[in-house]
Design a protein around this ligand. Structure first.
Ligand SMILES: [Zn+2]
Length: 335
């Protein structure tokens, strides 16, 4: 199905500022309807008014802290929940098929996971399963809420992710607890099912699951949706507007992985772990970022120098505080 048939439906906003919201909206529309941001904004005045598209039934939208983008591909809808900034702008993707919903990733903060759960319930379809993309806390802490709210949904991840969570999950939660208090999970949700690589159909949607190692994380799932021409890249690809997380010294291999993504054909839109969906050109901008980060890492003896240099090199990217977090973790393990 050509991308022009995908239809932007609704992006709601509460905690985001108006300028943030408009930027997100414009960035989101570019890949989903194939229009430049200015044209897309002009053709969707309801966005600027934050009034929602006519006909959407989303009574909770005005109270919601996160933002939701809905993209329709024939009978399939992709609902993307984007957390507010204190939740690292992390996404939960909800793929709505004919009879069920498949959820990817569970948020960092419990209140946002709760918003995801409440939104899914408005769709009126059972949650078939929850799939975790990788073992970083911002993607799984909120699974505590999702598994409580959807007790029949099985939790899947690549082989190895459950072991990573058993080994390090509780320590990660403990490190976040002083910052977030009761908004962070109290227990680790361990996936109970292994997701197989390759092509599978779930509720009428074709997924091509891919396994990647040593990129932004040690182990990362990606999923191609060939019929929707969408690549779900999670934290392999970052928005050109935001800093990437460089928490481990996998710079060289991450670039190799990105080159592999570049040669994949048949998709126009990439949904990413943080921020709204991007065009495939974001693979190149991520490579540029990682290449420079590697050079800076090689030349920096400590986290402070690394962080300051990386922020200076990409001063146009948002969320410089993410660089400080990355630098702390990168230098804690590698130096
Ligand atoms: Zn992430």
């Amino acid at each position: 199905m050509p991308p022009s048939n995908s239809r932007f439906q609704h992006l709601s906003q509460a905690a985001l500022s108006r300028s943030q919201f408009l930027r997100l909206a414009a960035g989101a529309l570019l890949p989903f309807v194939g229009l430049p941001p200015s044209a897309a904004a002009a053709k969707n005045p309801e966005l600027a008014q934050n009034g929602g598209a006519p006909g959407t039934k989303d009574a909770a939208a005005s109270d919601r802290m996160g933002a939701i983008l809905v993209s329709q591909f024939g009978p399939v809808k992709i609902h993307s929940y984007l957390s507010p900034l204190d939740g690292f702008h992390v996404n939960t993707q909800m793929i709505e098929g004919a009879t069920a919903v498949v959820i990817f990733d569970g948020q960092l903060l419990l209140p946002y996971a709760d918003e995801v759960a409440s939104y899914v319930q408005t769709l009126g379809k059972p949650v078939d399963r929850i799939i975790l993309s990788h073992a970083h806390t911002d993607h799984w802490s909120g699974l505590q809420v999702l598994t409580e709210r959807f007790p029949d949904a099985r939790v899947f991840a690549l082989d190895g992710v459950a072991d990573q969570l058993r080994a390090r999950g509780q320590a990660r939660l403990d490190s976040f607890h002083p910052i977030y208090g009761d908004r962070i999970a109290t227990k680790v949700t361990i996936p109970t099912e292994i997701i197989a690589e390759g092509v599978q159909r779930i509720d009428g949607v074709t997924y091509d699951f891919r396994r990647f190692v040593d990129a932004e994380s040690d182990l990362q799932l990606a999923a191609l949706l060939p019929e929707q021409r969408v690549l779900m890249a999670f934290d392999l690809v970052f928005s050109p507007n935001e800093h990437a997380f460089t928490v481990v010294d996998h710079f060289d291999h991450w670039m190799i992985v990105l080159e592999r993504l570049k040669v994949l054909q048949g998709y126009d839109t990439i949904t990413i772990g943080h921020d709204t969906p991007v065009h495939r050109s974001a693979i190149d901008s991520t490579i540029t970022y990682i290449k420079r980060a590697k050079e800076i890492h090689g030349a920096s003896g400590d986290a402070k120098t690394y962080g300051e240099s990386l922020k200076a090199a990409f001063s146009d990217r948002q969320h410089a505080e993410w660089v400080d977090l990355s630098a702390r973790l990168l230098y804690a393990v590698s130096r």
